[in-house]
Write a protein that binds this ligand. Structure first.
Ligand code: SF4
Length: 442
């Protein structure tokens, strides 16, 4: 946990010798708290003080990465229990389990579907992250299944097995792709040295949190710190309890033994239950969710949820403010004005496209606020809209002088006409009304 300036001051020699470049130890402590200087600047720190200060500068939940290149997944490094306190930093990785006892053709079919799970929402690409191969058969078959997966997807890999030999031979083949090792056999110490040697992340799985603490402490002593925690099979409520305890212990109690990302496996056969369970864990507090269902209706809803939760609440999603043509817009096309909040813009865009009336959308810089919020905050005003008309070359794009504004801000029509010199037409309050409005514009 981060220490305050006064906490740090208590650990300093308090001699005010100035060798650190500051007039007093207190001034140095205040700068250390802000992370503006390094502890090396004070040559008189005791070993104990150094240890405490170094530990306090580490993130309370370790950052761990899986995979390489563009598909690399970074998880952990979270700092708050609740999104509104700051933000959630590392979006939960979503992955799919492939059993090695499936036929090759079935595995290939699943991989094709998984690779196509790509969506776009409010201007952002939404992708899945992982493929987990689970061993149910002999080592040779597991190796073959891993080979098929390696050859047919670029997504990051998880190897799940309780068979040491099977796992080792699959690792030999896949180690360049930096897979996550999930050994669910009896003794993790049998695979931990190999994880260390290959610098690969390792899952610590146990239904008992006290046992997890014992294991992570032991592994940390051996210098194995790229760990991911799985609290095992249990009821949903019990699992949420454990995930919350892990997060709370790490963030609020500075419990380093639980300061790692978490993983959940969902083995639910009902696809609706499966999606609900996955949504629950994405919300609280899984860093990775592995499931079997690969239906796009399941995945799109989960990726949308993830996108919403992992958006910085202080910074609404926004698009570049400018003039956007829709379809084959020409100088006679209608000109609609809206804000640069992504959700607003893409909702308007979708409805304008649906109308099949080529148009222009002028997106005004409202710092990412929606129409009514921006209007109330005086970010969507006649002055701002008039400024945008001049700034984004509307006169060059359209030959008419008509502007369509959202129905919710009809009240600004008079002022806007005066300031812009454009005739203001009040559009529908809801974007859903745009297709019929545009078709009947005349
Ligand atoms: Fe205090 Fe250390 Fe700076 Fe000297 S060098 S003033 S002891 S913090």
């Amino acid at each position: 946990m981060a220490l305050s300036g006064l906490d740090i001051y208590k650990l300093l020699p308090k001699t005010n010798c100035r060798e650190c470049g500051f007039a007093t130890c207190l001034a140095f402590a205040m700068q250390l708290a802000k992370k503006a200087v390094s502890i090396d600047k004070c040559p008189y720190l005791s070993e104990e003080a150094k240890r405490i200060l170094e530990a306090s500068s580490l993130p309370p939940i370790k950052s761990v990465s899986i995979g390489t290149g563009e598909s690399k997944l970074e998880i952990g490094n979270e700092t708050v229990m609740f999104r509104h306190e700051e933000k959630f930093r590392s979006p939960c990785g979503l992955g799919f389990i492939i059993e090695d006892n499936l036929k090759d053709s079935e595995i290939l079919g699943k991989l094709e579907k998984i690779n196509n799970l790509k969506f776009e929402r409010v201007g952002q690409e939404l992708d899945v992250n992982l493929v987990a191969v689970r061993q149910n058969t002999q080592a040779n078959r597991f190796k073959e299944a891993v080979k098929l997966v390696l050859g047919h997807t670029g997504l990051s890999l998880v190897l799940i097995s309780s068979d040491l030999e099977g796992l080792k031979s699959a690792l030999e083949m896949s180690k360049e792709r930096m897979p996550l090792i999930y050994y669910n056999g009896k003794d993790l110490s049998q695979i931990a040295p190999l994880a260390k040697e290959l610098k690969l992340p390792l899952v610590v799985s146990n239904p008992d949190l006290e046992k997890i603490i014992e294991i992570t402490n032991e592994l940390s002593k051996q210098g194995i710190n790229d760990l991911i925690l799985d609290a095992g099979k249990k009821s949903i409520s019990r699992k949420i309890w454990d995930l919350t305890q892990i997060r709370r212990q790490a963030l609020k109690k500075s419990n380093r033994s639980l300061g790692f990302p978490t993983l959940v496996i969902i083995d639910e056969s009902d696809p609706y239950e499966e999606a609900i369970e996955a949504a629950t864990y994405i919300t609280k507090y899984a860093s990775i969710v592995l499931m079997r269902g690969i239906e796009s209706w399941q995945v799109l809803s989960l990726l949308t949820l993830r996108q919403n939760i992992y958006t910085d609440p202080q910074k609404p999603l926004q698009i570049e403010p400018k003039l956007y043509p829709v379809g084959q817009a020409n100088d006679k096309s209608p000109l609609l004005v809206t804000t640069n909040f992504s959700l607003t813009y893409y909702t308007v865009l979708g409805e304008v496209e649906a109308s099949k009336v080529p148009s222009y959308i002028l997106s005004v810089d409202t710092e990412g606020m929606s129409v009514l919020t921006a209007w109330a905050a005086e970010k969507f005003t006649p002055e701002k809209i008039s400024e945008s008309i001049n700034k984004f070359g509307i006169k060059d794009a359209v030959s008419h002088k008509k502007l369509i504004i959202p129905g919710y801000v009809a009240v600004m029509s008079g002022d806007l006409e005066e300031q812009s010199g454009y005739q203001v037409i009040v559009g529908p309050k809801e974007a859903a009304g745009l297709p019929s409005f545009l078709k009947n514009l005349g």
